[in-house]
Design a protein around this ligand. Structure first.
Ligand SMILES: Cc1cc2nc3c(=O)[nH]c(=O)nc-3n(C[C@H](O)[C@H](O)[C@H](O)COP(=O)(O)O)c2cc1C
Length: 197
């Protein structure tokens, strides 16, 4: 296998070199002498997703929930949520998208399971909202909303006109019951809004 290191594998080797239990596999795969140079080449800001057998090193999850705001939020309050999301999510490598419609939220969070769980416990304690319903909690191998530490879209009536098929699920706030009853629709809606911005 020596010499067959691909770019996809390289970050994982760097992780392995940083003292993870998969170091021995990495050593077998590319040889010990190659590990330090790979580590050096890939130092800083890397995502480590796969170990040498192609299995995830970290367990990455995608979590989608809806919740109800305790009052109609001002732009400033939304800005504060986003500021603190970016401040916390960036170092934890949590990414996602937050939608706000008529006093309700739908959010997708992605990242290492422990990081997403920690983020979610903070969010659950937030007095700005209540009635959190987790719609999806799925193991994923790659991010679908990796562009933002936390993206945001405030839903408008124009969105309902643009996507009439999805409008009933979000136009008067997110309808958790209807969304939950239709498999895959939460993710579809999030993807549509992700592309809209
Ligand atoms: C709907 C909603 C979504 C939020 N999303 C995030 C998030 O993705 N990451 C995060 O760290 N905080 C998020 N927050 C804010 C947290 O609930 C919490 O207020 C914040 O992390 C506290 O940290 P701070 O005191 O350092 O600002 C969210 C809050 C609400 C109401």
């Amino acid at each position: 296998m020596e010499g067959k290191l691909s770019l996809e594998q390289a970050p994982m080797i760097a992780y392995a070199g940083a003292g993870c239990p998969h170091y021995n596999h990495a050593e077998k795969l590319i040889g010990r002498r190659n590990i330090p140079s790979v580590c050096a080449a890939f130092e800083g800001g890397l995502q480590f997703r796969y170990h040498p057998h192609g299995e995830p090193i970290m367990s990455m999850i995608q979590l989608i929930y809806v919740s109800t705001a305790n009052h109609l939020l001002s732009e400033l309050e939304i800005r504060q949520i986003l500021d603190s999301s970016i401040r916390h999510n960036t170092p934890q490598e949590v990414t996602g998208l937050l939608l706000y419609s008529d006093g309700s939220f739908m959010q997708v969070l992605e990242g290492d399971e422990a990081a997403v769980n920690e983020t979610m416990s903070r969010i659950e304690r937030d007095p700005l909202h209540h009635g959190i319903i987790v719609l999806e909690r799925t193991t994923v191998t790659s991010r679908e909303f990796g562009t933002w530490a936390m993206g945001f879209h405030g839903v408008t009536t124009a969105d309902a006109t643009k996507w009439p098929a999805y409008a009933p699920f979000f136009e008067s706030g997110f309808d958790a019951k209807a969304i939950d009853a239709k498999s895959g629709v939460a993710l579809d809606i999030l993807h549509h809004f992700a592309q809209a911005d």
